[in-house]
Design a protein around this ligand. Structure first.
Ligand code: GLV
Ligand code: MN
Ligand code: MN
Length: 414
């Protein structure tokens, strides 16, 4: 039997693995474009499955493509302890968002196997489908199905901007598994992730002990004006959908500014017909509002909704707006947070408590199992960007704390 102090992960092996898998969808600027259930996603999934099988894990896939790799423990009657995150990325994503959580878990698993360490509970790595919500809205979709927030049919019916459904793509890449979503159980989940914000770096702390995730709401707005000739239509007679959208975007920005630390963003916009000599007739855009307090988020929603009609009236356009997703603020499980604290101090790392500004699969999993997260710094707090950067040492620290936290939890099960 190996004592706990011998279980040291191999940061170089983790780094090499991160760099090796970054080639699946690797971009010339050093990031990753690995949209969920794309060909690139299939490649990294196949790779991940093969690596887990090499470690003696059983790999199962559920009906929405969530992957679960499990190594048995001493107790056959016990549900696994899961570590998990996502391997999909934004269209101009970095090498670490989500990926570190899965590969840091793989490194922890490799360490357990190398050392022949037998845990009480089985240990599992989960790779959740469509965390990003970039190709198919909303985010955290298939951890949401696992947790009973969305139905499987809802997930299958989600369309990308080309009208291709998630269900069809899962089928095409061979990852529509046979297990019912939610049927592959675990008793707790720890998710390692980069912070995606600037706090740890600014305070020179290695580990974020994550206490929860802020509330999030997504909306879609379609503004309808009238297409007309840019040369022949006098300024006063236009129904310019893009002008209206521009003013709406500014108003949405002000909603964020007026509810700090809340944030309000427009990230996707489609202008039609998008021709240089046509006054735009239709604009589609998305809105993302977030705040740690759901009551303030209510106020942000009221302010956002109040701003749009006046702008539409002033610019002579009409608009439709709908809320397509709400994810309430989440508090993580105190006993697991304690395991993370213990895991970080056992490894001698500096730490601070923090809430997450980004959405994570852990936010939905927290509804069905005790869950928490571990953050490590990322350079300049930059994420959702090909330049996303985290060092070998930081990645290694995250994986070590993940392993320590899982083992701390596992020891309570003896
Ligand atoms: C997911 O990355 C989100 O926070 O939107
Ligand atoms: Mn992520
Ligand atoms: Mn992300």
């Amino acid at each position: 039997m190996t004592s706990k102090t011998n279980l040291t992960i191999n940061p170089q092996r983790l780094w090499d693995t991160l760099m090796e898998t970054a080639k699946f969808g690797g971009t010339p600027k050093g990031g990753i474009k690995r949209l969920t259930v794309s060909d690139e996603d299939k490649r990294v999934r196949d790779w991940f499955k093969a690596e887990c099988v090499k470690l003696g894990c059983t790999v199962e896939v559920d009906e929405v493509g969530n992957m679960f790799a499990t190594r048995p423990g001493k107790r056959k009657d016990m549900a696994p302890i899961a570590m998990g995150s996502h391997l999909d990325t934004q269209p101009t994503g970095g090498k670490f968002d989500g990926v570190l959580g899965v590969l840091g878990a793989l490194e922890a698993m490799r360490t357990l196997v190398d050392m022949g360490y037998e845990t009480n509970a089985p240990i599992m790595i989960a790779n959740w489908t469509n965390e990003e919500g970039s190709r198919f809205a909303p985010a955290m979709l298939c951890s949401g199905v696992y947790a009973g927030v969305f139905t499987t049919e809802f997930a299958y019916s989600r369309e990308d901007r080309q009208g291709i459904t998630l269900g069809a793509e899962l089928e095409r890449i061979g990852y529509k598994g046979k297990h019912k979503a939610g049927s592959i159980k675990f008793q707790a989940m720890f998710e390692l992730h980069i912070e995606q914000g600037p706090i740890l770096e600014a305070e020179n702390k290695m580990v974020g002990v994550v206490t929860g995730v802020q509330g999030m709401r997504w909306y879609e707005v379609t503004v309808t004006g009238q297409e007309s000739h840019t040369g022949a239509t006098p300024m006063g007679l236009r129904k310019n959908a893009l002008l209206a959208a521009a003013r709406m975007i500014e108003a949405i920005h002000q909603v964020g500014m007026g509810h700090l630390p809340g944030v309000a963003s427009v990230g996707l916009i489609e202008n039609r017909p998008n021709s240089r000599n046509v006054v735009p007739g239709e604009v589609f855009f998305t809105v993302d509002l977030r705040h740690p307090d759901d009551k303030v988020l209510d106020k942000m929603e009221v302010a956002f909704r109040a701003a749009l009609p006046k702008i539409a009236e002033d610019t002579g356009v009409s608009f439709e707006e709908k809320c397509i997703w709400t994810s309430p603020a989440v508090k993580f499980a105190a006993p697991l947070i304690e395991c993370v604290r213990n895991g970080a101090s056992q490894a001698g790392y500096t730490m601070r408590e923090m809430a997450s500004g980004a959405g994570h699969d852990a936010a939905y999993i927290a509804r069905v199992a005790p869950t928490t997260m571990i953050f490590v710094p990322c350079l300049g707090g930059i994420s959702h960007n090909e330049a996303e950067s985290t060092t070998l040492e930081e990645c290694g620290a995250g994986s070590q704390v993940l392993l320590n936290a899982v083992l701390d939890y596992d020891r309570t099960l003896a």
